[in-house]
Design a protein around this ligand. Structure first.
Ligand SMILES: *Cc1c(COP(=O)(O)O)cnc(C)c1O
Length: 391
């Protein structure tokens, strides 16, 4: 008998909500037209796109015409940086943090190769990037500053209001990768002076393959995907109607349930965290305990490899994630944890549990039941474990 699935990897991707699936199915079946068509069969779908755009805008305090649908968070991030540079051709400098998602870091490294200058601002040991550190990095030729709203590995929330203020005083464009924050954190862009914001459907219970870029009214913009006149000329490509409808439905659900979900999931997350700290010796909680997403718990178990823990959890049907990525046989410790200045051993032994509205008390019970045994077993075979820990 296989163990029931305990899915605690919601910062990697989420289940499509049943309501979202229902909402998109008609557009995969009979309503398959192209909203850009002259005939009514296709053309009438444009009102469904408008509705989805309105729902997503409402979730983040935006105007519907500030939403550009894309294929994913990565495309939104790439579009934001490319557009900022193209609209400010004399500015050759960019600012970001050392803890961004690869969707930003890879693009920044590519831009460096093309001759741009990039400043990677560091974070405190608790993972927070200070607004003053951003201010210190700004230059007259800074085109754009990109700072994530919430970190995917640790859940740490950046002081985005203050950072946006600092950047606007300076006059550069401000972009935020809010892929982890949208749907979890209250966001009101009528109050927070962000110019560009990226989000992704599959992190908030819509399917993979749809995202959006928020572009504040008046922000100079150049499309990244060139093609037809879709999205008011801001992004070519035939409208992915089912996905866009799904993202609208997911946004509406997230907004409706945000407060109760926060309350319920925080309790689950905190019970898991307290239980692990109580039952397992030499375990550390990573990241600022207050300034973080309510769904994320990242801990580090001394003397063992995160990957080994993940494989054993997986045998028990438990899905979690580790900070380091196993690439070409060598274990690269997470750039996020290294930027926080954590000792090398802790970078290697981190595990992220990330919750969603579908997790239950039984999920927490299951993890607390099997994890102490897994850690004991792995420490028993690790040459680094001090004998005192094994007694
Ligand atoms: C998942 C993620 C992305 C990438 O989004 P995709 O839709 O998978 O391309 C970007 N940034 C952060 C912070 C993420 O968590």
């Amino acid at each position: 008998m296989t163990a029931p699935l305990v899915y605690l990897d919601n910062n990697a991707t989420t289940a499509v909500a049943p309501e979202v699936l229902e909402a998109m199915l008609p557009y995969l079946r009979e309503a398959y037209g192209n909203p850009s068509s002259m005939h009514d069969f296709g053309g009438r779908l444009s009102k469904d796109l408008d509705a989805a755009r309105g729902r997503l805008a409402a979730l983040i305090g935006a105007h519907p015409d500030e939403i550009v649908f894309t294929s994913c968070g990565t495309e939104s991030d790439n579009t934001a940086l490319a557009s900022a540079l193209e609209t400010h051709p004399t500015k050759r400098h960019l600012v970001t943090t050392a803890v961004e998602h690869p969707a930003i870091i890879s693009q920044m490294n590519h831009l460096k190769k093309k001759g741009y200058e990039v400043t990677f601002v560091g974070v405190r040991p608790d993972g927070v990037c200070e607004p003053e550190a951003i201010r210190a990095a700004l230059r007259p030729d800074t085109a754009v500053v990109s700072v994530m709203w919430a970190n995917n590995e640790t859940g740490v929330l950046m002081p985005i209001d203050e950072i946006a203020q600092v950047v606007k005083e300076h006059g550069a464009l401000f972009h935020t990768d809010a892929v982890q924050a949208v749907g979890k954190e209250p966001i009101d862009l009528s109050r927070t002076p962000v110019d560009l914001l990226s989000l992704s459907g599959h992190k908030l219970h819509a399917p993979k393959g749809v995202g959006a870029l928020y572009v504040r009214r008046g922000t100079p913009f150049r499309p990244y995907i060139l093609g037809g006149h879709q999205e008011n000329g801001r992004r070519g490509g035939t409208y992915a109607v089912p996905n866009i409808v799904a993202l609208g439905a997911a946004a509406e659900l997230a907004g409706r349930h945000m407060a109760e979900e926060r309350a319920r999931v925080t309790l689950l997350r905190d019970r898991l965290e307290a239980g692990l700290l109580e039952r397992v010796p030499a375990v550390h909680r990573l990241g600022n305990p207050e300034l973080r997403l309510f769904n994320t718990c990242t801990v580090s178990f001394e003397y063992i490899e995160g990957e080994a823990i993940l494989l054993m959890l997986s045998e028990h049907g438990i899905c979690a994630s580790s900070g380091s990525a196993c690439s070409s046989g060598s274990l690269e410790p997470s750039h996020v944890l290294r930027a926080m200045g954590l000792p090398f051993e802790l970078c290697h032994a981190s595990i992220r549990f990330s919750f969603s509205r579908y997790n239950t008390d039984a999920d927490v019970d299951r993890v607390l039941e099997v994890t102490p045994g897994i850690i004991r077993e792995l420490r028993r075979i690790s040459p680094f474990t001090p004998p005192a820990l094994l007694r």
